[in-house]
Design a protein around this ligand. Structure first.
Ligand code: FEO
Length: 403
């Protein structure tokens, strides 16, 4: 972003756009990202969050389009992760290191371990208020959404929720607001963000949504620290979060696999055909033709997760082990699981996959499917039937009201 812009009366977006970002600590970001920061002009001029360290000067330049940065009185740090705090030392050095940085109790602890001795932190409690003059900020502790230090900041008069990583998307643009950007792309990126960053905290997010609802805070605008600002329809992303955090699934399956000589690939495609024959939306996802963050986005609302691997050196193929480890950490809920694979002689991979999926509390098929070497026509028929069996289990679960 080379231009700061107003989002409400005396409230500005002064963050930056990272058009070229393609990898965010291992998460694929093919649409880049933004690091949003917000400037409030009042008797006490306040900056909410900063940006990655390498964009510090751009942040200061953006602020300077509105006001001399040295006139900032207060800084709020909603979250310590360095895409939002990396510029804090530079900003504070420029505006005055004695100025207060408001943060949660865990924020103070975590900031002190990132920037020892550099910040004049002031701890705020949940629902504590800070008067800026005409405007009032209310701090909402959102611990573990998604770090122990995380909090939201709400501007009472403007009805704006500054939501840190919550409701964010790795999306550089075009479009700065929900009504200016491609809706399908923004919702896909919001879903991807949820699936890869927030999914394991779903129970806490469900509680947080209830807390915000119980507080009765009117929300005219939700300002995440990544991607577009929700101003036209904040309810749309709130509704999506409600569904994602409750683990709602669709009549959908993902068949995740890797392959050495295409035998497990042939099995995957026949299983997909069988799933489709039962009316299940399904697709094969070859791990090396996709990436783990895209796969998790599809896993989020799928009812069935079917994982296939050849056996290599008595083990699961390494890329399959990678996605299983990643998926286990994110704790997807309410899934039916199944395992399959081609093998040469020992064939351990299917059993090992099955154990991993069981450890994730997936409702497993009674039988897994192993085929030695290359599947012939008859064996591909058995794969098709296996897909149908999984599809029937999906339909039975959803028809009885299971999520
Ligand atoms: Fe966008 Fe958790 O940092």
């Amino acid at each position: 972003m080379t231009q700061a812009f107003a989002i409400a009366d005396n409230v500005y977006q002064v963050g930056v756009v990272d058009w070229n970002l393609r990898d965010f600590h291992g998460y694929s970001t093919f649409q880049g990202s933004t690091y949003n920061a917000f400037l409030i002009l009042d008797e006490k001029v306040t900056l909410i969050d900063t940006v990655k360290k390498q964009f510090a000067d751009q942040l200061l330049d953006n602020i300077a389009q509105i006001i001399d940065p040295k006139k900032i009185d207060y800084v709020v740090s909603n979250h310590t992760e360095m895409d939002h705090s990396g510029s804090l030392p530079r900003v504070m050095h420029y505006i005055g290191e004695d100025k207060p940085v408001y943060c949660s109790r865990m924020g103070e602890k975590n900031l002190s371990m990132h920037f020892p001795g550099k910040l004049n932190t002031r701890v705020v409690k949940d629902q504590e208020q800070l008067q800026l003059g005409q405007k009032t900020l209310t701090f909402l502790e959102t611990r573990m959404v998604h770090w122990p230090d995380s909090m939201f900041t709400y501007c009472n008069e403007d009805k704006i929720l500054f939501a840190s990583d919550g409701f964010g998307q790795h999306f550089a643009g075009p479009g700065r607001f929900d009504d200016e950007a491609n809706q399908a792309e923004v919702m896909f990126q919001a879903k991807k963000y949820y699936a890869n960053i927030l999914l394991l905290y779903s129970p806490l997010i469900a509680k947080l949504l209830k807390k915000v609802s119980d507080l009765g805070l009117p929300l005219d605008m939700i300002c995440p620290d990544h991607g577009v600002i929700w101003r036209k329809d904040p309810g749309k992303i709130l509704k999506a979060y409600s569904e994602w955090s409750s683990g709602t699934t669709e009549r959908k399956a993902v068949v995740i696999y890797d392959t050495m000589w295409n035998s497990t690939k042939l099995m995957a495609e026949a299983i997909v055909d069988g799933l489709e024959a039962e009316g299940i939306t399904a697709k094969p996802m070859h791990i090396r033709s996709s990436d783990r963050s895209k796969i998790m986005t599809d896993v989020l609302d799928a009812k069935a997760v079917v994982v296939g691997s050849p056996t290599l050196n008595n083990q699961i193929f390494p890329t399959v082990a990678d996605i299983l480890t990643y998926m286990k950490g994110l704790k997807p809920m309410h899934k039916i699981g199944a395992a399959f694979g081609s093998y040469g002689w020992s064939g351990e991979s299917v059993k090992l996959i099955s154990e991993e999926l069981e450890a994730m509390n997936f409702d497993m098929l009674d039988q897994n499917l192993r085929i030695q070497f290359v599947p012939d026509t008859e064996k591909l028929k058995s794969c098709f039937e296996y897909g149908r069996t999984i599809g029937q289990k999906v339909n039975a679960a959803l028809d009885t009201g299971d999520a």
